[in-house]
Design a protein around this ligand. Structure first.
Ligand SMILES: NC(=O)c1ccc[n+]([C@@H]2O[C@H](COP(=O)([O-])OP(=O)(O)OC[C@H]3O[C@@H](n4cnc5c(N)ncnc54)[C@H](O)[C@@H]3O)[C@@H](O)[C@H]2O)c1
Length: 241
């Protein structure tokens, strides 16, 4: 990772924090955090590793913000599309507005960030793009149809985009975390799912953000250039994908 610049969206959140620190500890020279929320906590944590942290306040669903981000950071090596929401709503109670809100952030935001930063990676002949999807794609839990559809779109997106850019030195992969103990998960409706989910996992404890870091680093590794178009499941062995 030495000399590498990584962009992590949703950097201020639970998984984003762990990803930023993990990339910095693995030697990334610069971590660019993208979020609408305050990033001072993750910034301080990254800086203790000696890595440079650039906090960018940007809305990943804004085409203008994504273009401004690309202009500000220039060529980057790693893009982690992690910003996302995971509301629990029964299908028949899902308004069109809510369906669009979920897809706008989870799918369109990933599209806009990736499209903005990909040209620099293609020009450099090197890049690692990782989408943070979800194990719900394999499990299909009730009450999360809009969310599952949005994360399924990311898994499909990596397959097609990986093929399109495979000759350029850029890999595109997804990881699918299981239910993970972040503040958002613990304070939302999915908090009630922990006992059931843990009971179904092969590893009988709740997933922590740090459980996802080694897979992210593997996908971002220079030596992983032959791994592309994949979705790697990291959920303690609930979904045997
Ligand atoms: N926590 C889980 O159980 C779990 C499981 C599987 C997948 N995921 C996925 O992992 C990702 C992170 O989850 P988390 O639990 O860390 O969530 P989180 O709420 O802690 O973090 C999400 C971050 O995204 C930021 N964000 C939201 N909208 C944004 C926008 N328009 N532009 C820029 N930033 C924006 C938020 O401010 C927040 O800091 C999400 O995509 C989620 O769907 C989470």
């Amino acid at each position: 990772m030495a000399g590498r610049t990584a962009v992590v969206t949703g950097a201020a959140g639970g998984l984003g924090h762990a990803f930023c620190v993990g990339l910095a500890e693995a030697g990334a020279t610069t971590v660019v955090g993208v979020d609408l929320a305050d990033q001072s906590r993750v910034q301080a944590a990254v800086q203790t590793t000696g890595a440079h942290y650039v906090a960018v306040r940007a809305d990943v669903t804004s085409e203008a913000d994504c273009a401004a981000l690309a202009a500000q950071v220039g060529q980057v090596d790693i893009v982690v599309n992690n910003a996302g929401i995971f509301p629990s709503i029964p299908f028949l109670e899902t308004s069109l507005e809510e369906w669009r809100r979920i897809h706008r952030l989870n799918v369109e935001g990933t599209f806009l960030i990736t499209r903005a930063l990909l040209p620099g990676m293609i020009e450099a002949g090197y890049g690692r793009v990782v989408m943070v999807a979800s194990a719900v794609v394999w499990l299909g839990p009730p009450g999360m149809v809009a969310y599952t559809a949005s994360k399924g779109a990311l898994v499909a997106m990596v397959r097609s985009l990986a093929t399109e850019v495979g000759h350029t030195g850029v890999t595109v992969n997804a990881m699918t975390p299981g239910l993970t103990r972040t503040e958002t998960a613990l304070s939302s409706a999915v908090n009630e799912d922990f006992p059931r989910v843990v009971g179904n996992q092969a590893v009988p404890r709740a997933e922590e953000p740090e459980d996802l870091v080694s897979t992210l680093l593997f996908l971002c590794d220079e030596g992983s250039g032959f791994v592309t178009g994949q979705a790697i499941n990291v959920d303690g062995g609930f979904a045997k994908h």
